[in-house]
Design a protein around this ligand. Sequence first.
Ligand code: PMP
Length: 404
Amino acid sequence: MAFKRTNNYNDFIQNEIATLEKDNLYRRLKIVSVEKKRGTSRVDGTEQIINLCSNDYLGLSQNKEILTKTILSLKQISQCSSRLIAGNDPNIIALEEKLAEHREVECSLVYPTGYMANLGVITTLADKFTTVLSDELNHASIIDGCRLSGANIKVFRHNDMEHLLKLIKMISSERKKIIVTEGVFSMDGDISNLRQICNIAKEYNAITLVDDAHGDFIFGDSSPLSSRFSGVPSYLRVNDEVDVQTSSLSKGLGCFGGYVASTSQIRELLINKSRQFIYTSALPEHLCVSALTAYPIAKAGNRQEKLFENLNYMFKNLLQLGFKLESKSSRSQIIPVVIGDEKIAIEFSKQLLDKGIFVQAIRYPTVKKGSARLRISVTALHNNSQLAYAIDSLESIGKKLVII
Ligand code: PMP
């Protein structure tokens, strides 16, 4: 339906939509209802199908113990207030203490989402006197945070340390510098060159900020219990050298919310200056209870074992079939099958859906134009026969569409 008033905007809106359709970049919402059967969903009214695009990597979002404790904790739907007014429930504080312990840092601050955590910390730390050096594949929330901060933005080629070095050398030593990267890259599934980034940051006096939404609770140093699966900085043994870490609770932990982990001073500054913290309602307390209940279950480690078994199986088979993956060695639970052409990627995804497999075609602006891909994410819930069936289906459609 068009605007009721007579004005010129209807044409503008229609043209925008038509352009997206012409470029195969039009997005349509699918209706996805999650089923009780592990690892499956109904998509647009289909039968139960295998969901290979969820970020519930450890399968905790449907865990009975977490669901029960969450339901029992329900006293109100929402605190109906921001944290600085009347919304600061004790469960949020308890969760922040747990997350700081998990990340082995002084403090953490919970935000309603990971998106807001990135916006919040970047806009608080960066200003017009700052240059942010940002990996070209960084998530939209990082890009938006950088833009909103008014900082000068320099984008370095993905994981390319020579390029980062070249750019940082050109920045005046007077300027504040922040290097921003992801732990596990959300659309390529590879891991940041964090050790080199930390070395460069040290040499050029830059702050390091890592968004570890996809590495959190999946990767980690396996030694002391409290640091198990605490993410990529600990996996790469540079936890003490990273200044700020951000993450989402709606991936490895299977819950909802986001957080910043850093020093007590940064927490204090965020509480006082971050508009994304101050001017929004608190994360509801029952979601903090979910995360607190999920925490020891995620830390136990058995789910990660199954996850890595599953991702190695998928990776090996996709590679053997001749699909173009971003790398020849398996790196994480995110496995992008690069198709290139947007239209073919959409068709591939559609044919997979017809066979009972849900994989989204990821296109521009999430990835570069002409690098559309099927972003396959495996979880600890998938069983061997589901994955074998997925591989058979990918093979037959891949051959039909002449991708392999
Ligand atoms: N960072 C990365 C790398 C992400 O992939 C996402 C979500 N896709 C976010 C941040 C935002 O997290 P949330 O969904 O909790 O807002």
